[in-house]
Structures are given as C-alpha cells and as structure tokens.
Design a protein around this ligand. Structure first.
Ligand SMILES: Cc1cc2nc3c(=O)[nH]c(=O)nc-3n(C[C@H](O)[C@H](O)[C@H](O)COP(=O)(O)OP(=O)(O)OC[C@H]3O[C@@H](n4cnc5c(N)ncnc54)[C@H](O)[C@@H]3O)c2cc1C
Length: 436
C-alpha cells in the first residue's frame, strides 16, 4: 500500500468526463470550506493507461484528412497539464488498473511505492472498447497513435474504392468526410438496418428498464443523410450486411475477411448476393462498454448489454465488498441517453456532486444521500457530412424539450462541422503546462 495519508477518490480512465470530474469545481476547484469542496483530507487520483486524452468526435476527420491528426484533438496527460501547480490531486499516467479489490485497485505501475492503490471512493470511467483507429489501443502513446492516424489517412487517400461497414453516426460521418475531401473516390456505405443512424440501441427507453437505450433519432434525419450522401455520389446499401468468411480462406482470389488496406481490389459479398468492389474496408461496427473490471468481480453488476448498473447517485449496484463505494459514469455505465461526450460531461457534474455529498455524509457519520440524477433523454443529434461547406452539409435535430424537436439550422451544422468542437477541448486541461 502507498505511504500517503491522504484519502483517495480514484478515477479510472482519463476520457473527457473523468477530466471534467477532476476539474468539476465541486471536487477540485472549489475553495476549501465551500459546501461543494472535497474535504482537505481527500484527493483525486486519476489513472489513465494512455499518455494522452483524445477528443473522439473529431476522429472522423482525423482518419481521413492528412494533417488533421495535429489539430489539437489530442492532449498530453501529465500532472502539469491536468492539475494546477501545487494541487494535492494526482495523475498516474500511463498506468493501467488491472483489478478491483476491496478498498483498493491493482495497478500495473508503482505509485508512491506500491502497485496497490487504496481508495475511499472509486469512479469507473473506462468508456467503451472499439478497435483502432476509432479508439486508441490500450497503452498507446501519442506518437504511436498519430502514426496510426497518418497511416490510415494515407491508405484511404490512396484507395480507389472504399467500403464503409456500419451506418451509425460514425460510419455516416466518415462517408461524409471521404466524399467531401475526395469527391472522385468510389465510396460505398453498407448498413444492416433500413435507415441510416438506426442501430440496435435505437429503442425508446422504458422507465425502470434495466440498462439503457438511446432516445430514438427522428426517421427523417437518417433518410436525409442517406439522400445527401447519394447526391454526393456515395453508394448507400441499406438492409445489407457484409458476409464475412466463416472458415480459413484458401483461395487467394477470395477476400479473407480482413479490413483496412486490402492491397488490391477485391469482391466483398453482401447478404443480398450483391458484390462491392473495394481495396479498403473501414469497419465502424459500434462499440461495447468496457466493464470487464466490474464484471470480473460481479457479473450481476452489469446489464445484458454490458453496461455497469448504477443507481441515481451513480453507485454501482452490487453487494460485493470490492464494489462498495464504487461509482460509474460515461460510456461504461447504464444511465439513459446517447453515449456522447456531451452527456458524459453532464453526468460528471452530477456524479462529482454525489461523491462529495457522500464523502461529507460519511465523515459526519450521516446517511450517504445526494440529489438523484435523472438522465436528460434528449433526441438532439447533429451529423455533419464534411466541413460544412457546399450544399449537402449533413442533418440533425435539436431537442428543446417541451418546445419540441426541431431540425438543426444549417448554421448549427456548420458550427459543429468546422472542427467538431476541437476548439473547446483544451478547456478540459486545467494545469499550467501546454497540453499539446
Ligand atoms: C469516432 C467517435 C466519434 C464520436 N463522436 C461524438 C460526437 O460527435 N459527439 C459526442 O458528444 N460524442 C461523440 N462520441 C462519443 C464520445 O466520445 C464518448 O461518449 C465519450 O468519449 C465517453 O467518454 P468516457 O470517458 O466514458 O469513455 P472514453 O472517452 O472511451 O474514455 C475512457 C478512458 O478510460 C481509459 N481506460 C480504460 N480502461 C482503463 C484501465 N483499466 N486503466 C486505466 N485507464 C483505462 C481509456 O484509455 C480511455 O482513455 C464519439 C465517439 C467516437 C469513438
């Protein structure tokens, strides 16, 4: 165990909600004595396995456009970039949490003389798993990851015919970026559902249901995006799946199931019997909650979809001692609503309030209670197709609650399309050192 006498609020994962929590004035920035401040005996300890954080929304351009990997969409995680000088809070990075134990986590790296890090509270903010390049591989360095992005940009730039598998928001945006930046390139988007953006999670949420579901996107948004892509020359195949080979492929003329750069044009079969000719396959099959740390301790603490089950105060639902005083939020947790950076940051604000309230109640020997969080199950979504210039710039809706759901005006789509809000990413870094 470490030698520090401070009580730790450990956060696993340095995605944007975790950075928001470390910043949430409620936890780190409130002045001592304010009702929202964490007591002085407590500190935040943030553990992240990669040596950088990333603004994932901008990746759809960073995989296509050469040079965009340098557009401030990544930021180095160091004590000096994350926390102000003199802060008692700590960053352990790069370091991976290997296991949860009762009142401690096991690290793959020593911190203050031990790989066992004790906690008073633990926040699981481990996000989702997704194959690179859509998320960095665990343990990536910023240099490795930039190199990977450059390779993907070069391969897609050189490809004559690109097949995108998956017509959720990411697949659609990548098709938009490709058709915008490479107007002559042959691009095919294959989606298993009858409409773009419609995915397995697109079901209305039933109150009290286990797990979560997205607020459904109005049908016309997916339809409009499909029409705009077709107008750009993209071949959109709906209600189709790519047929991946089941066994070993011995015939060297047949596609062997690999994705990425194929090296030559190959015939890719679809369920209808149609064939797509492609020399590059971009797979965008969605993601899965990264909840293995919790499920290993208690499989019943995760939903059938793999999300960590939490109550209205973000506490993990389990009677296992290793999951006591443990919280979860963001992509890994079962809260309702789209799994977006915006909503995750919103959750971070409420989660930090709950944690501070629980800690204070614990210190005062009172019942641990905080205002119950209700997820805003909003339908807002904005899906740009390229950088916002030209005619077919994308589509979206704004959910104004009791005022209804309205088509997003073109200026909103352009505003987001400009850089996917990379320009705000730096605000998550509260240290004095340059974050890039
Ligand atoms: C391509 C793409 C486009 C997107 N576009 C949008 C968009 O336009 N708008 C929007 O709002 N949202 C968008 N999203 C979704 C948004 O990025 C996520 O909802 C958000 O990042 C969730 O944050 P998180 O912290 O829960 O997970 P993540 O951002 O995945 O962060 C989790 C972190 O935990 C770390 N970690 C995991 N396990 C461990 C461990 N054992 N030890 C240490 N560290 C660990 C990971 O390395 C990672 O840094 C997009 C996502 C992708 C992939």
């Amino acid at each position: 165990m470490t030698t520090s006498t401070q009580k730790n609020v450990v956060i696993i994962g340095g995605g944007s909600p975790a950075l928001s929590i470390t910043d949430a004035s409620l936890i780190c920035r409130a002045r001592a004595g304010q009702p929202s401040a964490l007591p002085a005996a407590y500190r935040v300890v943030l553990v992240e396995q990669n040596d950088f954080a990333i603004h994932l929304p901008a990746l759809v351009r960073a995989v296509v456009l050469p040079g965009s990997e340098n557009d401030k969409l990544t930021g180095r995680l160091t004590q000096g970039t994350v926390f102000p000088k003199g802060s008692r809070h700590r960053l352990i990075c790069p370091a991976k949490v290997l296991a949860l134990r009762e009142g401690s986590v096991l690290l793959d790296t020593e911190f203050e003389g031990s790989c066992e890090l004790p906690f008073e509270r633990l926040v699981i903010a481990t996000g989702a798993t997704q194959a690179p390049p859509l998320r960095p591989a665990p343990g990536s360095t910023l240099e490795d990851y930039r190199e990977l992005l450059r390779a993907v940009q070069a391969d897609m730039g050189a490809a004559e015919s690109i097949l995108i598998v998956g017509g959720g928001a990411v697949g659609v945006e990548v098709a938009g970026e490709l058709s915008h930046h490479y107007p002559g390139k042959k691009v095919t988007l294959v989606h298993s559902r009858p409409r773009l953006l419609l995915t397995s999670d697109s079901a209305p949420r039933k109150p009290g249901a286990e797990g979560f579901a997205y607020a459904p996107t109005p049908e016309w948004v997916g339809e409009s995006l499909g029409e705009q892509l077709v107008a750009r020359g993209v071949n959109v195949a709906l209600g189709e799946r790519v047929v991946f080979p089941t066994g070993t492929v011995t015939n060297k003329d047949e596609w062997d199931g690999r994705t990425g750069k194929l090296g030559r044009t190959q015939a890719i079969p679809l369920t209808s019997g149609d064939i797509v000719e492609a020399d590059y396959i971009f797979a965008s099959p969605g993601n899965a909650p990264n909840s293995a740390l919790v499920a290993t301790v208690d499989p019943k603490a995760t939903s059938s979809g793999g999300h960590v089950l939490v109550d209205g105060e973000f506490r993990v639902q389990s009677d296992k001692p290793a999951l006591a005083r443990v919280y979860a939020l963001g992509d890994v947790a079962s809260n309702a609503g789209r799994k977006t950076a915006g909503l995750a940051n919103y959750e971070a604000y409420y989660a930090s309030r709950a944690i501070v309230a629980h800690v204070k109640a614990h210190e005062a020997d009172r019942e641990e209670k905080a205002p119950v969080y209700t997820a805003p199950d909003l339908r807002s979504i904005v899906v740009p197709l390229g950088d916002g210039t030209g005619e077919n710039i994308g589509a979206g809706v704004l959910d104004l609650r009791w005022l209804g759901v309205w088509a997003a005006p073109r200026w909103i789509i352009r505003w987001f399309a400009k850089d996917y809000f990379v320009r705000h990413f730096h605000t998550l870094f509260k240290g004095s050192d340059e974050y890039r």
